[in-house]
Design a protein around this ligand. Structure first.
Ligand code: URA
Length: 185
């Protein structure tokens, strides 16, 4: 069934999606961006207010931090794929609701299936608990690895955690340097 669709089909479905009430408050949905041949996929939780305005993931302050991190680790945004669990902005930046995550999850499944990445990195608790394990503790388990269907999975702090506590920058940079090593294994 997954095989029947293309990237363009999924993009069109996301653009027209009304599967949850966020479709009534969003300005526009935010599909993943980057290389569709990437080995590395980053998954965060949901678009913020800036992303909702521009329709591109990580263009606000968290995006600036993410770009700095990527640069410091020799990665380029254009060569990786960045997406979110939710494609629509939750008002007030609240945590995504269970029903919103469930409604949106098929889109992430398609993105993952089409991309077939070597490494998936969850940015923050919400993504890690949805993708890796419901009881994932980002403080204790960031930087640890699991393997699923030939894909290496890990999680690190969300860039917004660095905005709140700049001392986390070096911790996340260490995690990203290990991600770069994993990509070359
Ligand atoms: N925060 C997220 O989780 N995703 C974005 O795209 C931007 C900010």
């Amino acid at each position: 069934m997954l095989m029947e669709y293309t990237w363009n089909d999924i993009e069109r479905h996301i653009d027209a999606c009304t599967h949850c009430p966020l479709s009534r408050t969003r300005h526009q949905p935010v599909m993943g961006r980057g290389s569709r041949q990437a080995d590395l996929m980053l998954i965060a939780e949901a678009p913020g207010a800036q992303e909702d305005k521009q329709g591109i993931p990580f263009v606000g302050k968290s995006g600036d931090i993410l770009d700095r991190l990527l640069r410091d680790c020799g990665l380029d945004r254009k060569e990786i794929y960045i997406t979110n669990i939710l494609k629509c902005h939750p008002p007030g930046n609240r945590d995504p609701k269970e029903e919103e995550k469930e409604a949106c999850f098929p889109y992430l499944k398609y993105e993952t299936f089409f991309l077939n990445p070597k490494v998936i990195v969850c940015l923050g608790r919400v993504a890690a608990q949805r993708i890796i394990s419901p009881d994932f503790k980002i403080t204790r388990q960031h930087g640890t690895w699991t393997c699923r269907k030939n894909c290496a999975l890990t999680a690190t702090y969300h860039p917004s955690a660095i905005l709140r506590d700049p001392s986390k920058y070096e911790i996340v940079k260490t995690d990203f340097n290990n991600i770069v090593k994993k990509l070359s294994e």
